[in-house]
Design a protein around this ligand. Structure first.
Ligand code: DLL
Length: 429
């Protein structure tokens, strides 16, 4: 563990720490006088002393819309000249989301990412091959700072240029690979094609996009690694919010800094542990952009049982999907990750697929574009598996090898919309 005192402290001790920090956060938000402070006042909160962990669920939410409404610096809780860096997400949904960090926030972020890397067994002296994108995206620079804080050697590759990545992975004998799961798969397949062996590699810290146990198996089949899941979002800090340990049984949430709740996405009411809900985070120790009850849109279940690794941190399940990514196909609600699970679970396709939502007619149709793993046409068997597993009727198209786009840079695009004109993928009709 990078910080055993914090990661393995007793739950009571941690609750006391959270309560204390929450108190400070509420006071800072009230003093900053922004939208969050205003809402607290409207909720009858006049100081941090009014708030306990037990009453947190009565406080108002913060949403992505708030960040957009106060773009770029309207939600700062410190003077602008104390902002040491900005990051954000590109905004595939149209608008960029920008977030700000003070120097203290950058230190906190580095420590959180160091914890994540240590979760995968990395330590001082490890060589971390970092193929998350560098730039505004938090993946590259976040993991970079974490590797430095851990005392590891970081190789700042960013995404793309796969041949060169393989060369350096082999030459520098990296033991830890950090990138998206889809890119890990691409790297593993490219290594096999090129006959490159990577005997030093032993762990992958993969995230930034949803991926299933079935995709994990596919990655671990092409690379000599244990693949652990890392979760985070720019608004909360970036990567390092939660990470799986080598037990691969849920992601440990760094809840001494990110207090987590799971709520019903429709009503906002808390859901019981073990049941999927929308993750909500409060960031009691962040300075520049502290958030109270930020609704992530990400769906996962929380559990508080012990983990053999010794961390006492609450665990979250793998992300099932985003509340707003759910597909509704002929009355059946389904997350893209559920389709991935069934498709890859059949063993009949290679782990590259794309879901095309054909919206040209009034009732949307789901076209599943994939490639066969063996000779023969598995389309009927796949359609049957989707119907039996998910109650979903889909048109399965088995395309020639190499047709489904491979991911080189950025996040995998699993779902595309077909609103008119030519099909988004060659070979569909
Ligand atoms: O993706 C931060 C990150 C970088 C996490 C590198 C892990 C590794 P954003 O670009 O702001 O930040 O996107 C955040 O990505 O709300 C989730 O919907 C999704 N996401 C992130 N990690 C996972 C994961 C980074 N492990 C959004 N599983 C989040 C599923 C994930 N979805």
């Amino acid at each position: 563990m990078f910080d055993p005192k914090a990661e393995a402290m007793s739950r009571d001790e941690r609750a006391a720490l959270q309560r204390h920090r929450l108190w400070g956060l509420v006071d800072r938000l009230l003093a900053a006088g922004g939208v969050q402070g205003r809402r607290l006042k409207e909720a009858g909160v006049s100081g941090g002393a009014d708030v306990t962990l037990g009453t947190l669920a009565d406080l108002p939410f913060t949403t992505k819309q708030d960040l957009w409404d106060h773009y770029p610096f309207g939600m700062l809780a410190v003077p602008r000249d104390q902002v040491a860096a900005v990051h954000g997400s590109s905004g595939t949904r149209g608008r960029p989301t920008l977030v700000a960090y003070t120097r203290a926030d950058l230190d906190l972020w580095a420590a959180m990412c160091a914890r994540s890397l240590a979760c995968a067994g990395a330590g001082p002296g490890s060589v971390v091959h970092n193929a998350y994108g560098y730039g505004l995206f938090t993946g590259g620079i976040g993991i970079h700072q974490g590797a430095v804080a851990l005392g590891a050697t970081v190789v700042p590759m960013s995404g793309g240029m796969t041949e060169r990545q393989l060369r350096l992975l082999a030459d520098l004998r990296a033991d830890v690979l950090t990138c998206t799961p889809a890119y890990a798969l691409r790297l593993g397949e490219a290594a096999a094609e090129a006959g490159v062996e990577l005997p030093a590699l032993r762990a992958g810290v993969l995230g930034a996009e949803p991926w299933t146990e079935e995709l994990r198996a596919a990655v671990e089949a092409v690379l000599p690694i244990k693949a652990v899941d890392i979760y985070g979002l720019s608004e909360v800090i970036g990567p390092g919010v939660a990470t799986e340990c080598l037990e691969q049984d849920g992601l440990h949430v760094n809840e001494d800094h990110f207090v987590v709740e799971a709520v019903d996405p429709a009503t906002g009411a808390p859901v019981p542990d073990g049941e999927p809900g929308e993750l909500v985070f409060t960031t009691p120790t962040k300075q520049a952009l502290p958030l109270l009850r930020y609704r992530t849109g990400d769906i996962a279940a929380l559990t508080r049982g012990d983990c053999p690794c010794g961390r006492t941190l609450t665990r979250m399940s793998k992300i099932r999907g985003r509340a707003d990514d759910m597909l509704v196909i002929r009355g059946v609600n389904v997350y893209p990750s559920e389709v991935e699970r069934v498709l890859l679970g059949t063993g009949l396709v290679v782990p590259h697929y794309q879901l095309v939502v054909d919206r040209r007619a009034a009732a949307p149709r789901l076209v599943v574009a994939c490639e066969a793993a063996t000779a023969g046409d598995p389309a009927d068997a796949l359609a049957r598996a989707l119907r039996e597993g998910l109650g979903l009727s889909a048109d399965v198209r088995v395309l020639p090898a190499g047709t489904v786009p491979r991911v080189e840079i950025g996040k995998a695009v699993r779902v595309v919309s077909w609103d008119g004109g030519d099909p988004p993928l060659a070979g569909l009709d």
